[in-house]
Design a protein. Structure first.
Length: 455
């Protein structure tokens, strides 16, 4: 299918086949902000007791201008929201859809993926410095002789290549037939993953997702692509999942970028992508939790705080901690020193020291010293200005929310949860950028000028 100017339409009208209900049922597929819905209406009474329908197929069109464009659809994970039967044998169904595939080829398969293409307008903006010299003779304008504009598309730009895949940017353009407004031309860029080994759909989708995560970090923009197209040996198809099931609720349309391609040299960017791939492979659970939390604006602050602390717990396990075995938390020391001084006159020195060690012992494997060490490392990478007891209070707050094991005295107040969560998010982003080798000067463009708690 020609994906150059493709955009999802608000609806697709056509005929649908559902084995549990019937064939060639007239209906409309609606693509709403955070959900996908199929509505069927036809003159045939069909009572279905099933709540979940595994799949459906269809052939439907949308109108662009005065032209109808048709696609073949495969819908997955349908749930009957409502069903009614009335009048002269009329039926109406409303179904919620988990995800779908669409193509201009009938009976296409969605396995054995050879490559995939990620399209976002943000990529056009990111590579503008690189592509602007594709145009020539733009200036000066000569009104008498007319204007001659030349455009020579850049060859594909390889960002990274390994034994598993090649990641490259493809530059494309399209000329538009002259009309009352004159001749025009548009340019688009496409981020492509050429797989060197055939992959199953959801393995290829996971790889595409990890690439999207990386650029969301480098751009400081939690974007969703305009579409993702997958290619097999026989067909191309586009995949779309409902936000309701991907749990991606981004209500703000952010078009800003903190970097552009000219910030990176070729070897540097390739090294960053390679380290990112290794990082994802090693710490996929923590990284997935981080991005699932970032992409869900509907998540409560307490859930964000718990998730981000779990991410820090996972990412900091590699840190080597040197400790005396005693807590450095001054609040904890102050609290227990009062209790210890009260019992000291009544027990032997040896017993007193054993009790003190047991109470104040802090193992290098515990989260608190690892979190302190993580911030110490990041302080050499970016500007951090947090209270001295931030790490300890954040851990205690997570313990309170998760296990109710905290006394509640050294925790953040509920109204502070969102600010704490945003601090944790910035710390995690900084740590990931540090680990994948993004230079300090580029990280300073991506991260806030100072990671701190509001006063």
């Amino acid at each position: 299918m020609n994906n150059y100017g493709f955009h999802f339409a608000g609806s697709y009208q056509g005929y649908w086949n559902i084995s549990q209900i019937g064939r060639k049922i007239p209906g409309t597929l609606y693509l709403e902000k955070h959900s996908i819905r199929l509505e069927l209406f036809w003159n045939n009474v069909t009572h279905v007791d099933l709540r979940v329908i595994p799949s459906a197929t269809g052939y439907a069109y949308t109108e662009i201008g005065n032209k109808k464009i048709c696609y073949y659809f495969v819908l997955k994970g349908l749930q009957i929201m409502s069903a009614s039967w009335f009048g002269k044998h009329q039926s109406q169904y409303k179904l919620d859809v988990n995800h779908f595939f669409m193509s201009d080829v009938p009976r296409f398969t969605t396995n054995v993926i050879l490559s995939c293409c990620i399209r976002t307008d943000l990529m056009d903006k990111w590579v503008w410095d690189y592509t602007q010299n594709s145009y020539s003779n733009l200036w000066p304008f000569n009104k008498n002789d007319g204007i001659e504009i030349k455009y020579q598309a850049k060859p594909p730009l390889t960002l990274y290549e390994s034994e598993l895949y090649e990641l490259y940017i493809y530059f494309s353009n399209e000329a538009h037939t002259p009309n009352a407004d004159g001749f025009s031309m548009s340019t688009h860029t496409f981020l492509n993953l050429r797989l060197k080994k055939k992959q199953k759909l959801y393995d290829a989708l996971d790889l595409a997702e990890s690439v999207i995560w990386l650029f969301s970090l480098l751009w400081n923009n939690q974007f969703s692509p305009d579409f993702i197209e997958f290619r097999t040996s026989k067909a191309k198809f586009i995949y779309k999942q409902s936000d309701r099931y991907s749990y991606k609720y981004r209500d703000v349309n952010n078009s800003s970028l903190r970097t552009d391609v000219s910030d990176f040299d070729e070897e540097e960017l390739s090294s960053i992508i390679e380290k990112w791939s290794q990082f994802v492979e090693r710490d996929i659970v923590s990284i997935r939790t981080f991005f699932e939390t970032q992409y869900d604006e509907h998540m409560t602050p307490s859930a964000m705080l718990k998730n981000y602390m779990s991410v820090i717990d996972g990412l900091s396990r590699e840190l080597q901690i040197t400790t005396t075995g005693q807590s450095n938390n001054s609040k904890r020391l102050e609290k227990f020193e009062t209790l210890l001084s009260a019992i000291r006159p009544h027990i032997k020195a040896k017993e007193f020291n054993e009790i003190k060690m047991a109470i104040l012992r802090e193992s290098p494997s515990e989260l608190k010293p690892r979190f302190v060490q993580l911030i110490k490392i990041l302080s050499e990478y970016t500007n951090i200005e947090l209270p001295y007891d931030f790490c300890y209070r954040a851990v205690e707050t997570r313990n309170l929310l998760t296990h109710t094991k905290s006394s509640g005295k050294d925790v953040f107040h509920k109204e502070q949860y969102r600010d704490v969560a945003f601090c944790l998010e910035d710390l995690i982003r900084a740590y990931i950028l540090f680990k994948i080798g993004v230079p300090k000067e580029i990280a300073s463009k991506i991260l806030p000028s100072k990671i701190s708690m509001p006063s």
